[in-house]
Design a protein around this ligand. Sequence first.
Ligand SMILES: Nc1ncnc2c1ncn2[C@@H]1O[C@H](COP(=O)(O)OP(=O)(O)OP(=O)(O)O)[C@@H](O)[C@H]1O
Length: 365
Amino acid sequence: MRVLAAMSGGVDSAVAAARAVDAGHEVVGVHMALNRSPGTLRTGSRGCCTIEDALDARRAADLLGIPFYVWDLSEDFVEDVVADFVAEYAAGRTPNPCVRCNERIKFAALLDKGIALGFDAVATGHYARVVTGPDGRAELHRAADAAKDQSYVLAVLDADQVAHAMFPLGDAPTKAEVRAEAERRGLPVASKPDSHDICFIPDGDTRGFLADKLGEVPGEVVDESGEVLGTHTGTYGYTVGQRKGLGISRPAADGRPRYVLSIEPVRRTVTVGPAERLSVGALEAVEAVWNADAPVGPVEVHVQVRAHGEPVPAVAELTGPADDPVLRVRLRTPLSGVAPGQTVAVYRGTRVLGSATISGTTPLS
Ligand SMILES: Nc1ncnc2c1ncn2[C@@H]1O[C@H](COP(=O)(O)OP(=O)(O)OP(=O)(O)O)[C@@H](O)[C@H]1O
């Protein structure tokens, strides 16, 4: 197969590219410049897509003896990932930019370009597995290493995208093993630290990043009875379930901590309440994408609502018009702090069936 290896300059994608070469594929490495204004180069050692990252990726490709290119996809990234992130927060929701990036950039813009150039697959350093099912179709499964499993951020891929995806690290027993392999292979990125933050906010200050884009939009922090407990400078600084930095100027009468329960950007209101009000028994989600057959009738599944969250048993059912269905999920185990905008990934065993974007929740109490 002709494989386009997406090389971030990190250790995972370097080992993934190496394994694709070992498997006998014809591999070409590509580093995507994602996070800069076209025509400029950003330096620095943290975050993503600095000139150092591109050079690290190039050094790894050189060592593997594969051709290497840098493709500037920063316009797509800014439009499809960064602008979406800002718009979602402005609308009172909590987006996951890594999910968007996989959907729109790595397995859309990059894959499309690759297919146009005659490639068969995009290989990344994600920890997930593509398995050929009994019907011959490509199935997306969790990684062997549960601690590193990234199937959640890939649950947004459709059947065609999964069929063109390759995850050479999916069977790796642990990340430590992958690092040791990088060392053995003499890959220059073997000791590079893992990335943790949102790549386009390397200092981790999401609120500051959003304030820069959206400016001050002051409003009130209220309790469920509507009593004003404090003020804020933008609802985008809040996420359902958040406890710290609420902007409450006086403690609740019962002295217990308060959490964000809901966000209403039009009224500029953040509503807070006690922990038990965060428990969710059911949720609705829209814009469902299935790489397996879409569920017919109520089906027993497991769902996961955050990248490293626990999967919980649930009954899922698609309802409403066929061209714009709503996925209704009844949770058999309640979840806490589920925010609109988060992705709900739907699993059967280790297999990812699909995902949808949470649009509403039903509290238990
Ligand atoms: N700028 C980029 N150019 C090319 N591929 C990228 C880029 N950023 C991420 N990727 C691909 O997406 C995968 C997952 O990205 P993520 O940001 O989660 O990296 P990671 O798990 O830290 O992996 P790595 O160690 O390879 O950076 C990477 O392994 C790589 O294949």
